[in-house]
Ligand binder design. Sequence first.
Ligand code: BEZ
Length: 243
Amino acid sequence: MRRGAGSHGSERSGSGAAAMPGLLLGDEAPNFEAETTQGRIRFHDFLGDSWGILFSHPRDFTPVCTTELGRAAKLAPEFSKRNVKMIALSIDSVQDHLSWSKDINAYNGEQPEEKLPFPIIADANRELAVKLGMLDPDERDKDGMPLTARVVFVFGPDKKLKLSILYPATTGRNFDEILRVVDSLQLTAYKKVATPVDWKPGDSVMVVPTLPDEEAKKLFPKGVFTKDLPSGKKYLRYTPQPE
Ligand code: BEZ
C-alpha cells in the first residue's frame, strides 16, 4: 500500500526525529559532483547564473521514462528560451544512459544517436536519489531495491528551490505543465503578481495581497480590476500580465 500522504512532513517536523533527506522550497541546491552523459559536473557550476530543472526517472529502458525524456528533448529549445538548464537523473550508469538515449531519439523519430540536448546524471548506487529524497518506496526493481520517483526540482538563479513536484513512478509527468509553471515562477519572481488557477501566459494575473491599492495603481498602469464579493473584501484584484 502507498505510504500515507504527509508522513514525510510529520517525520520532518517531529522534535528530535532524524532529519529526512530531500529538499524544501527555499533550500539551496546541494553542490554535488556527479558523472553524467556529458562528463563530470559540479552542480552549482552546471547551473551557473541560469534557472535549472532537475528531473528524476525510475530507471533506464522503461516505457514511461522513455516517453518523458523524448518529450523533454523536444521541449529543450523552449527551456533554453527561458534560460533554464535541464538535467535528468536515473539510477543507472553513464553507459546505460548513452545506450538508452539512442532509444529515446528513435522514439522521437530521430537518428538513434547517444546525444540528447541535456545531460543525464548516473546514480547507479542511488546516493543522490537518497540525498534528494527521490526514492519511491512502492516501486522496486527485481532485487527489491526502491526505484526513483518522478521528481521535478526547479532552481532559481540564486540556486534556491522554487518548485518541487513529486509523482510516483507509475504516473508520467506533463512537460507542458512544467513549462507553464516555469513561466509563472519567472513572472512572479520579478513582478508583484501571482498567477490564478489554470493561468496561461498572456492571461490576466492577480495583484499580490500584500501590495496596497495605491501602490498597485502606480505599479500596474494597464489597470487593476477588482471583483466584488459577498464579503465586501476587495482582495480579488486582477491586472493584465505585466511586461
Ligand atoms: C516506466 O517508466 O514505465 C515505469 C518505471 C517504473 C515503474 C513503472 C513504470
